[in-house]
Design a protein around this ligand. Structure first.
Ligand code: UDP
Length: 436
């Protein structure tokens, strides 16, 4: 008789920063050959995955009905990467409409089979329960004074977490001790830290709208000296103002450093619009940097993991989204932080004060930043200054900690590997006893 595998349902929030680590987890779990995985999302996101995943992927993709217009969102918007950032909380709130469909789907999956209910583990972030990066819990920064939209949202979401059986966190125990301690104490004692959940490059390239191929990036990076290139990206959903974009361009040029910059339409422009170099960048910018072989301007989406893992990359100017942070530290790349929203302000604090791999250059989307200030931070990190060398050393230490955490050897299992095993042991034990 064929062995029945245990069932796992995964339902990430509709944002690249959520779908990507969930996919990474799905691939990781498929390899164990122990589980049947059902990956749930809205039609457009599922279609995108269907056309982008390798042909032999072995989990079920299931669509859940969603009509963005019912929630006062632009028609057919099903991912944060295609709406202006101020609409993100509406998209989050709209996920509550999934409840009846999701319940139906789950009850079908646990339905009687040969007189037995099938055990099921649900991993999700925003339908009924949610997961948040632990460093968000402190509340002392001006931008998160309890009345900002992110805090207001979290005040609604946090009480729902009391209903979950356990929380899996995409972080690394040894790097995030204080946050995890608070998390266990204040939210839920059953917290497993299983990160980093990183998607291998090939799959991720296809998960986004790639503005340049990995090979072109690699070829370009191959021509640059070791540790000489700055990578600049603000993730999949944040954008900066036109004046910030001009200052950043001026800074990159003035710094004289090699760089790869992922440019998305600045605020005030249609998020899905074509690239408009002559409106968004200083006159002649692209031509000059291309001619001097100084920089690569990538439109919209770059193969980030490939770039960060190239030996020519020396630093990452980042909005400090948590996936970007983990991807950077996994490669030992220090960060110049420009937090913009959500938990990024807390991430920077953790990176700067605890892990000591980051300096902050600006904060928020409306701050005034002068190109000289950006140049000074780039030089601090990329030149052989005491601070720059110390940050690099700390980033290499973080890389080593991460590598250890995911080790799965005969005589040694890292903290994340152990936590992953424990999570699923606990999940299925709890489920079995609940289902009785
Ligand atoms: N990403 C990418 N190429 C890009 C921009 C983003 O591959 O040009 C990926 C990045 O590697 C990360 C995710 O998109 O895995 C962004 O997640 P993060 O938490 O850093 O930021 P968010 O987009 O959620 O603000």
């Amino acid at each position: 008789m064929a062995e029945t595998k245990e069932n796992i349902v995964m339902f990430p929030f509709m944002a690249q920063g959520h779908i990507i680590p969930f996919l990474a987890l799905a691939f990781q779990l498929v390899k164990t050959n122990k589980y049947t995985i059902t990956f749930v999302n809205t039609k457009k996101n599922i279609n995108k995955l269907r056309s982008s995943l390798p042909r032999n992927f072995s989990f079920n993709l299931v669509e859940i009905p969603f009509n963005s217009s019912d929630h006062n969102l632009p028609p057919d918007t099903e991912n944060t990467d295609s709406i202006p950032y101020n609409l993100v909380p509406i998209l989050v709130e709209a996920t509550l409409s999934f409840k009846p469909h999701f319940r139906e789907l789950v009850s079908d999956l646990v339905s009687e089979q040969n007189g037995q209910k099938k055990p099921l583990c649900i991993i999700t972030d925003f339908p009924e329960a949610s997961s948040i990066h632990v460093t968000q819990l402190t509340d002392y920064l001006r931008v998160a004074d309890g009345s900002d939209s992110f805090s207001v949202l979290m005040q609604k979401v946090l009480p729902l977490w009391k209903n979950v059986d356990g929380i899996m966190v995409n972080t690394v125990e040894e790097l995030d001790k204080i946050g995890l301690m608070y998390f266990r104490r204040q939210i839920c004692p059953q917290v497993w830290s299983v990160g980093p959940l990183l998607l291998s490059t090939g799959s991720k390239d296809r998960a986004g709208k790639l503005g340049i191929s990995s090979q072109v990036c690699k070829n370009w990076l191959d021509t640059k000296p070791c540790s000489s290139v700055l990578y600049v990206s603000f993730g999949s959903q944040n954008t900066i103002t036109p004046s910030q974009m001009m200052e950043l361009a001026l800074a990159l040029e003035a710094s004289g450093k090699y760089f790869i910059w992922v440019v998305r339409p600045p605020m005030g422009f249609d998020i899905n619009s074509e690239f408009k170099a002559n409106e968004w960048l200083p006159e002649g910018f692209e031509e000059r940097i291309t001619l001097a072989r100084k920089g690569l301007v990538v439109h919209n989406w770059a193969p980030q993991v490939d770039i960060l893992s190239h030996k020519s990359v020396s630093a990452f100017l980042s909005h400090c989204g948590w996936n970007s942070v983990l991807e950077s530290l996994s490669q030992g790349v220090p960060i110049i932080g420009w937090p913009m929203a959500a938990e990024q302000f807390y991430n920077v604090k953790l990176l700067e004060e605890e892990i000591r791999v980051c300096v902050e250059v600006a904060r928020g989307k409306s701050c005034e930043v002068k190109h000289q200030e950006i140049v000074a931070k780039i030089e601090l990190v990329m030149n052989e200054t005491e601070k720059g060398k110390e940050m690099k050393r700390k980033a290499c230490e973080a890389k080593e900690i991460i590598e250890n955490s995911i080790k799965d050897e005969k005589n040694y299992k890292g903290s994340s590997t152990k936590a992953m095993d424990e999570f699923f042991n606990a999940a299925f034990t709890m489920r079995e006893s609940t289902l009785g």
